[in-house]
Write a protein that binds this ligand. Sequence first.
Ligand code: SF4
Length: 232
Amino acid sequence: MENIDKLNARFAGKSPEELLAFFLNEYRGRIALASSLGLEDQVLTDMILKTDSGAKIFTIDTGRLFPETYSLIDRTNLKYNTRLDVYFPRHEPVEAYVKQNGINGFYESVDKRKECCKVRKIEPLLRALSSLDVWICGLRQEQSVTRTGVQAVEWDEGNQLIKVNPLVQWSEQDVWDYIKANQVPYNKLHTKGFPSIGCQPCTRAVQADEDIRAGRWWWENPEHKECGLHRR
Ligand code: SF4
């Protein structure tokens, strides 16, 4: 898409803050950060609220999060004097899924796992995105084999939205440096071997020599390791 290529060229070499300032201003009221509450999204929360304290930031409570993640939502709200928007799944499909597959049915097959992600994550995400023209994400190219081709600005064909990934070129060290320098709240599990944190039953700690997303759906092959939020 021509406009997307132009935007990528325009912001090549520019800082994440410059990219965010442009989009937050240009798409005011129609842009939001879809926060997974991971380190990258906490960095973006800090950058965004310093640029526009009224910007929309939302997260999804699948009902299966770690206690430490709920604590992080609370600490983030306190630090920035805000209230993140929390979207929940609709109860009927979750109840039907559990009735058919069991409370932990996602361990039994990739299809059952994807179905759980669909009802607990994708449905509320799509509902949150439905009023937007732009969503901001914390994807980085080095995060996994499925994310090496991510661009700073992308056209999300599936959702018919512009997707902005301000930290696309950042390393894990860049993220930690920003967190420390700006005293950004982060999930305490990150210091206990959890580089990437999702739902509690689907996330384990990783060893130092493992890929940073190896602890997500660890029983599956790497090429399956997306929940459908980011189709690549
Ligand atoms: S990560 Fe696991 S518990 Fe969470 S929605 Fe996906 S399958 Fe369900």
